[in-house]
Design a protein around this ligand. Structure first.
Ligand SMILES: Cc1cc2nc3c(=O)[nH]c(=O)nc-3n(C[C@H](O)[C@H](O)[C@H](O)COP(=O)(O)OP(=O)(O)OC[C@H]3O[C@@H](n4cnc5c(N)ncnc54)[C@H](O)[C@@H]3O)c2cc1C
Length: 266
């Protein structure tokens, strides 16, 4: 490694809307060692911050998402984090606790949405009675509470097991369950608020939009579902292998194994 290494945009332009990862296509290292993380000074020549990005029309700029163009940007080699090819390792280290942190915030956002939903239902009359007195509201709010508490327990379990490799499945489940539950409950809260729920007069639309990003940011749901499904299949394969060996050793124990030597004796 020289004193300088070329960052994104080598021999041309690279446009990174959500920086979903970039690698050199000539790299033949194992898949998990093909990425590096490099600190790039925003004032380096060749960097253009083209525009801040929005999420469902909400300004997402203040905490950092933007379209950035890198054109032949040179970065000192010492700016590489942890070492060459260790980007995936850094990302993995951050993604477990990072996304679980998102899950915890979602639980808080949903609690807030539920509180707002009940307050509104106790204030607003529709068709001669309070929304809270309509049967459909009662079952909706009860179901929302059940969904919220189920997910809270799952997230708690995942947080408790964090750092243990065996917790991968529980963490993946929490990552899928929390945003999907949040979308459902916040949608119900928006419905109870009527038109106001869809406007920016309440925080609900923004909470919903933020929850929606978490089905994609840090990896789409499908990737976590794939992890869960793979673990289920691995578990079933393990059971099959263990029962095969258990059956075989039982046959041996009873001298019933149809192995060639035994057939000769017969
Ligand atoms: C608000 C926001 C913030 C973000 N913040 C960050 C950040 O801080 N750091 C960072 O590195 N990235 C960040 N991202 C990028 C994010 O990680 C990527 O957008 C995400 O991984 C999906 O990649 P992609 O956009 O290239 O979609 P694609 O890879 O094109 O995926 C599109 C769709 O294809 C399907 N799909 C993809 N992979 C699979 C699979 N394995 N199995 C089945 N179906 C699949 C899914 O339906 C998926 O939604 C952020 C994105 C958003 C929207």
């Amino acid at each position: 490694m020289g004193t300088h290494l070329l960052s994104m945009g080598q021999n041309g332009r690279s446009v990174e809307p959500w920086t979903p990862g970039a690698k050199n296509s000539h790299c033949d290292a194992p898949k998990h060692k093909q990425q590096s993380m490099i600190l790039v000074d925003i004032n380096s020549p060749g960097i253009t911050v083209k525009r801040p990005l929005t999420i469902f029309g909400f300004d997402d700029a203040s905490h950092g998402h933007a379209e950035i163009i890198f054109e032949n940007v040179c970065v000192p080699a010492k700016n590489i984090l942890l070492g060459k090819g260790r980007g995936f390792e850094i990302a993995q280290g951050r993604l477990g606790p990072g996304r679980l942190h998102h899950c915890m915030r979602l639980i808080g956002a949903v609690d807030r949405g539920m509180q707002m939903m009940v307050q509104r239902a106790l204030q607003r009359k529709a068709f001669g009675k309070l929304i809270a007195q309509h049967g459909s509201f009662l079952s909706d709010v009860a179901r929302c509470r059940i969904d919220l508490e189920k997910t809270r327990l799952l997230v708690l379990e995942a947080a408790d097991r964090l750092g243990n490799k065996k917790a991968r499945g529980t963490i993946a489940m929490a990552k899928v369950a929390a945003p999907n539950m949040a979308l459902k409950v916040l949608d119900t809260a928006m419905q109870v608020h009527g038109g106001a729920g869809l406007s920016v007069d309440t925080v609900l639309a923004h909470l919903w939009a933020t929850a929606r990003t978490l089905r994609i940011a840090d990896g789409p749901d499908e990737v976590h579902l794939g992890t869960i499904a793979k673990m289920e299949q691995d578990c079933e394969r393990l059971i099959q292998i263990v029962s095969f060996w258990a059956d075989t050793s039982r046959l041996f124990a009873h001298n019933l194994c149809p192995c060639p030597e035994q057939k000769k004796d017969d």
